[in-house]
Design a protein around this ligand. Sequence first.
Ligand SMILES: Cc1cc2nc3c(=O)[nH]c(=O)nc-3n(C[C@H](O)[C@H](O)[C@H](O)COP(=O)(O)O)c2cc1C
Length: 194
Amino acid sequence: MPRIDDAALDQLFRTARSHPGFADRPVGEAVLGELTRLALLAPSGFNQQPLRIVWVTSPEGKARLAPALSRGNHDKTMAAPATAIVCWDVNFTDHLPTVWPKADVRSYYPDEEARRGSARTNALIQAGAMIVAARALGLGVGPMGGFDRGKVQAEFLAGTGWEPAFLMNLGWPATEPEGPRLPRLSVEQAARFV
Ligand SMILES: Cc1cc2nc3c(=O)[nH]c(=O)nc-3n(C[C@H](O)[C@H](O)[C@H](O)COP(=O)(O)O)c2cc1C
């Protein structure tokens, strides 16, 4: 497998930033569908794929989301072409017979707590891949933890096994985020070689 070139590494990681604002241009459902398909290709335990996404793109959807947003996240979310409610599905086990047909592994997740733990871990791995995939498609992303989970759960996810992990604005980058990138830990701080 060849190493990708420096321009691609810059776009995916080295110059990629969290975006507070985007061009005033829609992100169509075809692009969001392609992004969803790419994220679903990320690895997950027993191929369980617990990532779920509610794509909020309409003014009506944004109005339903608004009361759940922290003050600092409100205006940029209202203005973003698309906002993902990134979720995990506690009932991912319903799909296991299809996505892991080799054996019945549903008994490995005996109760809701076990299902939730696995769903959370694996959905967040898929969500990380989704961020990189969005950047690969030329999109900018603005992930957000500042929102009321209970309100999002009640307004968008009632009656499902989906639970919100974080929100993420998406759009076509227009301006660079203000200020330089904040410091990252060194390899010595973040890793050990044994
Ligand atoms: C799970 C998560 C939650 C975040 N929550 C917020 C948020 O609520 N509001 C915000 O403006 N940025 C939020 N961020 C963005 C981070 O502050 C940002 O990614 C970090 O400071 C690094 O900046 P950079 O991506 O531009 O290098 C969040 C990022 C992640 C991944």
